[in-house]
Design a protein around this ligand. Structure first.
Ligand code: INI
Length: 156
């Protein structure tokens, strides 16, 4: 199998610039996701000078901000961190779906890696579990996925 050309991304964030879009809604959860993403990128060689955190009201507003950032250029990847919790809204499905769909759209429109570090859970407890406790940290996961994808895309 050693003749098969294989492209894979190294988890090296040196010299890369990232924007982190953070929702203010459920901010005590989102702060943990952002903290995880920042810590992950810093530990993989990203200078904190190359990180920009952009706060938005909620998950619904993330796509337009991601689109502006992508259009303006200057970032190698974007990580969206948010928490949409079913218990806190009757319009959970609209917010969660539009956020996911919008982010995916912008990512493809600009061929720019964008991480979906947005928790979509039924309960607050499930969100807490995935924001740096027994269920891991979705912000870390999204940062890792974006870094890997940036390093893949640049080789293609
Ligand atoms: N935004 C979130 O990020 N998480 C939520 O759980 C949430 N709830 O529960 O409603 C939420 N709503 C706000 C939404 O993202 C917009 O900011 C709002 O609808 C104004 O456009």
């Amino acid at each position: 199998m050693h003749h098969i050309k294989t492209i894979e991304g190294q988890l090296d964030a040196k010299e890369l610039k990232f924007a982190i879009i953070a929702g203010r809604f459920n901010d005590f959860i989102v702060d943990k996701l952002v903290g995880g993403a920042v810590d992950y990128l810093a530990r993989h060689g990203c200078s904190k000078d190359n990180l920009t955190i952009i706060k938005v009201p909620g998950a619904f507003e993330m796509p337009v901000v991601a689109q502006r950032l992508a259009a303006k250029g200057g970032f190698d990847g974007i990580i969206c961190c948010g928490a949409v919790i079913r218990g806190s809204t009757p319009h959970f499905d609209f917010v969660a779906n539009e956020c996911a769909k919008g982010i995916a759209h912008v990512s493809l429109q600009y061929s720019l890696p964008i991480g979906f570090g947005v928790l979509t859970t039924d309960t607050l407890e499930q969100a807490i579990e995935r924001a740096g406790s027994k269920g891991g940290n979705k912000g870390v996961e999204a940062a890792s996925a974006v870094l890997e994808t940036v390093r893949v895309v640049e080789q293609i």
